[in-house]
Design a protein around this ligand. Structure first.
Ligand code: GDP
Length: 309
């Protein structure tokens, strides 16, 4: 991930090396290269514009450091601006004053929500929490079973509607529940209170594309469980669509943080660079593979260093 962006930025900045002084023309030429590199990496145009404007202003301004030559100064400015558009500081999870803390996951089908639910549960457990996973993706066949498998691997229990029970919905002719995800979510919170789990992670249904029904269902779950955090799970490989998807979820459900998944893929990385800027919400976690361990808190500074190489 980011290899091409990283190469392009390094290339753009390399030409500055060895110059004793930078002329405005040098800075313009470098900014043109940076602009191209960002656009090629699928960073959203308004984000690119703002980024370049800040670099130019700072590079042409009076930021003079005796310790750095002009080229190093531009590299430093680019690095700082990358950290800034990635969110600056790492944002920690908000925990409820009175447990359980409720974390709801939202996102498109295939974004990696169920996998992430397991990763987050294990991460919380490793930190001494007692998490409970709640299976509210009742749309996708196999999603509940998938969460149960993931929960078992993570060593975290899963609250799910059992076939034949009738949480919030009637039994159909086969005796299998047509369960209502909102009722399951509420029952999951009740279970957590009764059994003293201190964090509840609610997995919700995703669709292949954004649709009104999906949004209404996720908003219904949100209203019922009043999450302390709603995490929007975003596949970093979806390129330009990341921005419109994030905006749709922000408007339809609302979220307090972003999880970027599939950062191990070879996508161009623009999603990561755009999403914070466009939605105003921080990237909180990063998922970098299919295994439970491929997961970490998102560090804007480390990501910026990775991009700049
Ligand atoms: P959901 O529909 O949002 O619940 O998505 P899933 O959790 O089922 O994930 C969809 C696919 O993406 C599965 O095959 C996962 O193994 C895979 N996946 C999830 N996260 C990552 C990741 O960070 N990297 C890679 N390479 N694959 C992932």
């Amino acid at each position: 991930m980011f290899e091409s962006l990283s190469d392009r930025l390094t290339g753009a900045l390399k030409d500055l090396r060895g110059k004793g002084r930078l002329s405005p023309a040098d800075i313009d030429a470098t900014c043109r290269e940076i602009r191209l590199a960002l656009l090629e990496a699928d960073v959203a145009l308004p984000v690119v514009r703002g980024f370049i404007a800040r670099i130019k202003e700072r590079a042409k301004g009076s930021e003079v450091s005796a310790a750095l030559n002009p080229a190093q100064q531009v590299v430093k400015i680019v690095n700082e601006e990358l950290v800034a558009i990635l969110g600056g500081e790492t944002r920690r999870l908000t925990l409820a004053k009175t447990p359980p803390t409720v974390i709801m996951l939202a996102g498109l089908q295939g974004a990696g929500k169920t996998t992430l639910a397991g990763k987050l549960a294990k991460w919380l457990r490793d930190q001494g929490h007692q998490p409970l996973l709640v299976a509210c993706d009742l749309q996708r066949p196999g999603a509940v079973t998938q969460l149960q498998v993931v929960g078992e691997r993570a060593g975290v229990p899963v609250f799910a509607p059992h076939p034949g029970t009738s949480i919030g919905g009637g039994e159909n002719a086969l005796g299998v529940t047509a369960a209502d995800p909102i009722a399951v979510a509420e029952a999951g919170i009740t279970e957590a209170r009764a059994k003293q789990y201190d964090v509840v992670i609610v997995d919700t249904a995703g669709r292949l594309g954004i649709d009104a029904e999906l949004m209404a269902q996720a908003a219904g779950i949100r209203d019922a469980v009043k999450p302390d955090e709603t995490l929007f799970v975003l596949d970093a490989m979806i390129g330009q669509d990341a921005v419109s998807t994030a905006e749709a979820f922000r408007d339809g459900v609302g979220f307090t943080g972003v999880v970027l998944t599939k950062l191990d893929g070879d996508a161009r990385g623009g999603a990561a660079l755009s999403v914070r800027n466009v939605t105003g919400e921080p990237i909180m976690f990063a998922s970098t593979g299919e295994k439970l361990e491929d997961f970490d808190v998102f560090h804007p500074d480390r990501m910026a260093s990775r991009i700049l190489g």
